[in-house]
Write a protein that binds this ligand. Structure first.
Ligand code: AMP
Ligand code: GLY
Length: 422
C-alpha cells in the first residue's frame, strides 16, 4: 500500500515509525514531515493545512490511504475533498470534526444524545455570560467555542476569574473568532483520563489507555501545554472502568454521529473526568493524541496499517489489537520559554547516541534541518520514548536517553509517570 501521513510533529513521527514496519507498505510519504520522520518516510514539502496541495499530491502519487494527524486539515475538510475523489482517508469529515473544532457543537450533541458531560450554558453575548456567573458562582469553567491551541479553557476558582476569562475571550478576543461564543460549565471533580478508540463509524476498537501531562512543570504546576509527556498503560483505568467508558461514552457517541449523518472513520479521543457519578466527557478530539500516540505506538504489537485501512473502508468489524504488556513512557523535551515565547534554531546534540539505546525511540516534534544539522523549530522539540518491564524501568530508560540529548534552553519534566508509580 502507498500511504501518505499528514502532519509533521511527534505524533506523526510515531505513526510513520509504526506504519514503516508494516509488511503491507510499499511506499510511505509524509507531508510535511520533519528530519526524524525523514528516516522512515519520504517527506514532501506540502503543509498539513494545504488541502488542495494534499489532494493534488495524493492523486499524482496514487496514494491508497491518507492518514491525517492534526485537527486543522480535518476541520478544513481534507477528508471530504479526498473522499469525493475516491481516496481512502483515516480521519473524520469536517462536519464530524466539529466535535473538536466547536465545543458548542460537541456539547449540544452530548446533551441531545444523553452522553454524560458537565452541565453547561452557551452565550454569544458577554453580558449574559457575566450575569450567569454572578448567579451560579464559582468554581466554574469558561471555554471559548473554537480551536484555541489548547488554551481556550479556563478553570476559575472565583467569580472574578470567571469575569476576567469572559472578558479576555469575548471582549479582548485573545482567541479571535474562536471566542465568538463561550460555554460556562459546571466544574467537575475527579481524576482525568483519556481514552482513544479507532472507529469506522459502526464498530469501536478501543486503544490501551494512555495518560498525558498537560502542565509545563513538575507536580502539575504552571501553564497548560500541548502535553509534556505520556505513559501507557494507566493503572487507574481498570478493565471494568474501560468497559464502562466504552458503554457510557463511546457507544452512544458513535450512535449519535450516525444518527446525525456524520461520517466518522478515524480515531476518536475522549478526555474524561472520572467523577463519583462515573465518567463524564470534558472534550473530544478527532485525532490521535500528541504525545499519547508515542508510547501507544511503542506498545502496539499488531500491524497498525490494516487497522487504519479497515477503519477507512468501514470494515473494522471484529479487528483486534495485540499490545505489549510492558509499559512505555514518553518524555517531551521542549524549548526554553515554552509554552510562552521561545527561541528557535538551537542545534541539537546527542540524538544518535540516544536513539541507538535499546528499547528507546526518539520521536521528533519541532525540529528542522539547518546546514545539514538538526536544530529546534518548535515549542515541543522531541518525544523521548522508552519501553520497560515496569513503569519505573521505562522511566529510567527514557530519562537516561533524554540526558544524552542537549540543546540550548532544553526543559523537560522530571516526573512523567509519577501517578502510575504512586
Ligand atoms: P479541555 O480542552 O476541554 O479538555 O479542557 C482542558 C482542561 O480543563 C481539562 O483537561 C480539564 O483539566 C479542565 N476542564 C475542562 N472542563 C472541565 C470541567 N467541566 N470541570 C473541571 N475541569 C475541566
Ligand atoms: N495530548 C493532548 C492532545 O493531543 O490533545
Amino acid at each position: 500500500m502507498r500511504i501518505l501521513v499528514v502532519g509533521g510533529g511527534g505524533r506523526e513521527h510515531a505513526l510513520a515509525w509504526k506504519i514503516a514496519q508494516s509488511p503491507l507498505l510499499t511506499k510511505l510519504y509524509c507531508a510535511p514531515g520533519n528530519p526524524g520522520i525523514a528516516e522512515v518516510a519520504e517527506c514532501v514539502p506540502v503543509n498539513a493545512d494545504d488541502v488542495m496541495g494534499l489532494v493534488l499530491f495524493t492523486r499524482e502519487k496514487k496514494i491508497d490511504l491518507v492518514v491525517v494527524g492534526p485537527e486543522d486539515p480535518l476541520a478544513q475538510g481534507l477528508t471530504d475533498e479526498l473522499v469525493t475523489r475516491g481516496v481512502r482517508v483515516f480521519g473524520p469529515s469536517a462536519a464530524a470534526a466539529a466535535l473538536e473544532s466547536s465545543k458548542v457543537f460537541a456539547k449540544r450533541l452530548m446533551h441531545k444524545h444523553d452522553i454524560p458531560t458537565a452541565q453547561f450554558r452557551i452565550f454569544d453575548q458577554a453580558h449574559d455570560a457575566h450575569d450567569h456567573v454572578e448567579r451560579i458562582g464559582a468554581p466554574v469553567v469558561v471555554k471559548a467555542d473554537g480551536l484555541a491551541k489548547g488554551k481556550g479553557v479556563i478553570v476559575c476558582s472565583t467569580v472574578a476569574e470567571a469575569h476576567t476569562a469572559i472578558r479576555e475571550i469575548m471582549e479582548v478576543r485573545v482567541f479571535g473568532k474562536a471566542g465568538d461564543r463561550v460555554l460556562v460549565e459546571e466544574c467537575l471533580r475527579g481524576e482525568e483520563v483519556s481514552i482513544l478508540a479507532v472507529t469506522d463509524g459502526k464498530s469501536i476498537l478501543a486503544l490501551e489507555p494512555a495518560q498525558d501531562h498537560k502542565r509545563i512543570f513538575d507536580n502539575d504546576e504552571g501553564p497548560n501545554t500541548g502535553g509534556m509527556g505520556a505513559y501507557s498503560p494507566v493503572p487507574r483505568v481498570t478493565p471494568g472502568l474501560a468497559a464502562e467508558i466504552e458503554r457510557r461514552v463511546f457507544v452512544p457517541t458513535i450512535h449519535a454521529l450516525r444518527r446525525e449523518g456524520l461520517r466518522y472513520q478515524g480515531v476518536l479521543y475522549a478526555g474524561l473526568m472520572i467523577t463519583r457519578n462515573g465518567p463524564q466527557v470534558l472534550e473530544y478530539n478527532v485525532r490521535f493524541g500528541d504525545p499519547e500516540t508515542q508510547p501507544l505506538m511503542m506498545r502496539m504489537k499488531s500491524d497498525l496499517l490494516p487497522i487504519l485501512a479497515a477503519a477507512a473502508e468501514g470494515k473494522l468489524g471484529h479487528s483486534a489489537i495485540e499490545w505489549d504488556p510492558r509499559p512505555a513512557i514518553c518524555v517531551v523535551m521542549a524549548s526554553g520559554g515554552y509554552p510562552g515565547d521561545y527561541e528557535k534554531k538551537k542545534p541539537i546534540e546527542g540524538l544518535d547516541r540516544a536513539a541507538r539505546l535499546p528499547d528507546v525511540a526518539v520521536f521528533h516534534a519541532g525540529t528542522t534541518l539547518s546546514d545539514g544539522k538538526v536544530v529546534t523549530s518548535g515549542g515541543r522539540v522531541l518525544g523521548v520514548t522508552a519501553i520497560g518491564r515496569t513503569i519505573a524501568e521505562a522511566r529510567e530508560k527514557a530519562y537516561h536517553a533524554a540526558g544524552l540529548i542537549h540543546f540550548d534552553g532544553a526543559q523537560y519534566r522530571k516526573d512523567i509517570g509519577h501517578r502510575a508509580l504512586a
